[in-house]
Design a protein around this ligand. Structure first.
Ligand SMILES: [Fe+2]
Ligand SMILES: [Fe+2]
Length: 153
């Protein structure tokens, strides 16, 4: 295996480790959302704290992905992945705006039981989108690399 090939699993390993960390952050937010009824003032504060932490993590994760060395190798190996990679990266600002709106709506406080249910559903919808986003990134990486690394089950 050449030295260029040896660098590839490092990039791949870094991204997959980042995605695992992101999953942990999402779990922390889910735990903060565990309350059945509308949260207390402390509960709201905890939700806002975990959402802001998630926001910072996502921002830096997205920036790293956009700065390169991430999907380029997959695209270089398999040019047909370029359009898919561009579409995936274009989701970053949309996801951040959605999270900002979610944080703003949490801060507006004074939640009724119905508003709380709706708010939880909004977070669940956002979480599902982030999960789908990360899954599609993993798929591009796997498509680009599996020829050499045999990552497909
Ligand atoms: Fe991403
Ligand atoms: Fe990602």
């Amino acid at each position: 295996m050449s030295s260029i090939d040896r660098a590839d699993p490092v990039i791949l390993g870094h991204v997959l480790a980042e995605h695992r960390e992101l999953f942990g952050q999402m779990q922390a937010v889910r735990a903060a959302y565990a309350a059945e009824g509308p949260p207390t003032r402390d509960g709201v504060a905890e939700i806002v704290t975990t959402l802001r932490s998630l926001r910072e993590h996502l921002r830096s994760h997205f920036a790293q992905e956009e700065e390169g060395g991430f999907m380029e190798e997959s695209i270089a190996r398999m040019p047909r992945l370029a359009a898919q990679a561009t579409a995936i990266l274009s989701q970053h600002p949309v996801l951040l705006v959605q999270l900002d709106r979610l944080i703003d709506s949490t801060l507006s406080g004074g939640m009724t039981a119905a508003a709380w249910v709706a708010h939880r559903e909004r977070f669940a919808g956002f979480a599902a989108q982030v999960q789908a986003h990360e899954r599609s990134e993993n798929a591009v990486l796997q498509d680009g690399y599996n020829e050499d690394l045999g990552l497909v089950d």
